[in-house]
Write a protein that binds this ligand. Structure first.
Ligand SMILES: CSC[C@H]1O[C@H](OP(=O)(O)O)[C@H](O)[C@@H]1O
Length: 364
């Protein structure tokens, strides 16, 4: 995507270098700056601190972190040690484990001296595939938006509600749910996006508004608790959200608050679609509510809020009294029964075992 007229992707590597550069999302929207990850420790830190975030981007960053780990120590022991260290950085997005499993599979049987070069080739491939996959997702999802626009007699923009950030900054490029929005917009379908602020990290308020504003997509920032009200009043035509892990039966784990939106959508007969690449499907998991590990993040994400001071410095200010006890689950699980459909690079499927296997028959 373009930032001030310059095309960017969220992560890249100069082919002559073994380090990678990422966009530092903790500074957006106040400052656009990049950060060079020099080694596996930097990659793990960037994932943990959400310098990089979003399931697909976490996976690609983990892949490069694994390549840097093998650059520095290609031993048999480190093939597994690096996998475990990176995989522990954030537990919920399955894309991290998915990417690491591919990386390890493709290097483990090589001679130690050949592992690093092969790992970079694989990481570069996963990065390129993410761009292609999300472009295909955008095309599949834009059809849904067009159908709504046509059904409304082309009389008004399609009102889309989205949660958290699922744009190019959460992937390598395009995005997932926001990728659908970009494609519809670029295809000339008038859209308007209700942007959930998405407490407590405010990915919607800080990142989605920044992305949509940069791309010229009409949008309105709302507090998380306004979505149900808007649906009750006919202000939402479709909900499009991302995912961090979708089970083989179609349960969808996503940013905290997604489940509540799905309940409101069901109650108001608003189509609720989860938008994801196949790498976000956990084929070994059935019941998302009982099986998916939900990351518990730091208390200060809830007790404090980040913003920009008058001098342009980025500051954190306290909202809650010192000593306040905090719960901060970062994700929740929307049962398949509340999901209208799953938008993937291979098409749109019902949120069910049968629906997913029809799109991915090779998964058995
Ligand atoms: C395109 S995946 C985006 C997905 O990841 C976000 O989580 P986080 O910001 O904590 O990485 C959120 O669940 C989004 O839907």
């Amino acid at each position: 995507m373009k930032v001030d007229g310059v095309a960017y992707r969220s992560i890249w590597r100069d082919p002559s270098e073994t380090t990678v550069t990422v966009v530092d999302q903790t500074l957006l929207p106040h400052r656009f700056d990049t950060l060079k990850l020099m080694n596996v420790a930097d990659a793990i830190d960037a994932i943990k601190r959400m310098v990089v975030r979003g399931a697909p981007l976490i996976g690609v960053t983990g892949a490069y972190g694994y390549a840097m780990a093998l650059r520095d120590d290609p031993s048999d022991a480190n093939v597994d040690a690096a996998f475990d260290a990176i995989n522990a950085a954030r537990p919920t997005a399955v894309n991290l484990r998915w990417a690491l499993e591919i990386m390890r599979q493709e290097v483990r049987d090589l001679a130690p001296d050949d592992r690093a070069v092969a790992a970079y080739v694989t990481a570069d491939r996963l990065r390129a595939e993410d761009i292609e996959t999300n472009g295909a997702i955008a095309e599949q999802g834009a059809r849904l938006v067009r159908e709504i626009y046509e059904a409304n007699g082309r009389s008004r923009p399609v009102n889309i509600l989205t949660h958290c950030n699922t744009g190019w900054i959460a992937c390598v490029d395009w995005g997932t749910a926001l990728g659908v929005v970009y494609r519809a917009h670029d295809d000339g379908i008038p859209v308007h996006v209700w942007v959930d602020e998405t407490r407590p990290r405010n990915q919607g308020a800080s990142l989605t508004t920044w992305e949509l504003g940069s791309h010229g997509v009409p949008h309105t920032l709302i507090v998380d608790n306004a979505g149900g009200h808007l649906m009750q009043h006919g202000q939402v035509d479709i909900c499009l959200v991302g995912a961090d892990r979708v089970t083989a039966s179609g349960d969808a784990c996503n940013k905290i608050g997604t489940y509540l939106k799905a309940l409101a959508a069901k109650d108001n007969h608003v189509p609720f679609y989860v938008v994801l690449p196949g790498s976000t499907i956990d084929w070994g998991m059935q019941d998302g509510v009982t099986e998916i590990e939900i990351e518990e993040r730091a208390s200060d994400e809830v007790t404090h809020i980040s913003g920009v001071a008058g001098d342009g410095s980025i500051v954190k200010v306290r909202l809650a009294p010192k000593g306040t006890k905090v719960g901060n689950p970062a994700f929740d699980v929307t049962p398949a029964r509340l999901v209208t459909g799953l938008v993937t690079e291979r098409g749109v499927a019902p949120a069910s075992r049968e629906g997913l296997r029809a799109l991915y028959p090779e998964k058995g």
